[in-house]
Design a protein around this ligand. Structure first.
Ligand SMILES: Nc1ncnc2c1ncn2[C@@H]1O[C@H](COP(=O)(O)OP(=O)(O)OP(=O)(O)O)[C@@H](O)[C@H]1O
Length: 254
């Protein structure tokens, strides 16, 4: 579980996050949505410990990050997995080497242990046998799977995904969403996903927070977002013609 209390982040006299309070639940896919520039990335970077909050607290399983020693922060970092926008795989490394990277960084596992774990996670993301391929030799969807395999190889308690669907066709995007949700449930991870993808919102939005100009303007579930009359949220969600038409059809009872 991650609890965020009165989180502020400023750069000089620019206030980007203006007092966010929320909780992210273990075993659920928690989504962060909002207009470009609303503060989603800054928020994620605060949770990851890349930015120190100007004010407020972030609790990881009831312990406040602010009080963590350098050693505790390093320990916490080991419990975090990250799926970067675009995958961010090392082009010069094979799939297997990419996945082994966090094991080499954070563990003292033997070659045999690392190999076993690589096979396990490759199997989990349905990429058995892709070990020796280079990122350039596999599709965008497969690259995202490798990125997920690398993010979970150290059995994280917290998984952060920054626009995991960007650049994927809708069908592949759904497969990736479902994979992230399944892995979240199987391993009871607290997963937080930054997204622009409305399909993801309606597909896997077990908890959604909507940021507007650095403020948490709405939070709820995928079912609640259908029904909300919060104008900012509906304008954002139904800015696509297709979703607006679906909403109108629902209202008319089709
Ligand atoms: N290191 C920084 N220094 C100063 N200002 C910053 C810094 N990082 C972000 N900002 C500002 O914070 C605001 C929010 O940026 P952020 O990247 O979090 O938005 P976002 O919601 O993730 O947008 P997008 O959806 O386009 O990625 C922007 O106005 C940005 O200029």
């Amino acid at each position: 579980m991650i609890k965020v209390e009165n989180l502020h982040k400023s750069f000089g006299d620019v206030n980007v996050l203006k007092g966010i309070d929320t909780q992210f639940i273990r075993g659920k896919t928690n989504l962060v949505i909002g207009q470009s520039g609303s503060g989603k990335t800054v928020f994620l970077k605060c949770l990851l410990g890349l930015f120190e909050p100007t004010k407020g607290d972030i609790y990881f399983d009831d312990k406040t990050y602010r009080d963590f020693s350098v050693k505790q922060r390093r320990e916490l970092r080991k419990q975090m997995g990250m799926v970067f926008q675009g995958g961010a795989l090392f082009d010069s490394m094979t799939v297997e080497e990419n996945i082994k990277f966090p094991l080499r960084m954070f563990t003292k596992q033997s070659q045999a242990e690392m190999q076993n774990r690589v096979e396990e996670v490759l199997d989990r993301v349905n990429l058995d046998g892709a070990n020796q391929k280079f990122p350039a030799e596999i599709s965008g969807g497969m690259q995202k799977r490798v990125s997920i395999a690398r993010a979970i190889v150290n059995k994280p308690k917290f998984l952060f995904c920054d626009e995991p669907n960007s650049g994927l066709d809708p069908r592949t995007a759904t497969v990736i969403d479902n994979l992230i949700q399944e892995i979240t449930k199987e391993n009871q991870i607290t997963t937080i996903i930054n997204t622009h993808d409305m399909n993801s919102v309606f597909e896997i939005g077990e908890k959604i927070i909507y940021l507007q100009d650095g403020i948490l303007a709405w939070e709820g579930t995928k079912d609640e977002i259908h029904k909300t009359d919060n104008k900012a949220v509906t304008d954002f969600v139904y800015s696509s013609n297709l979703f607006r038409k679906v909403k109108i059809a629902q209202q008319k009872g089709y």
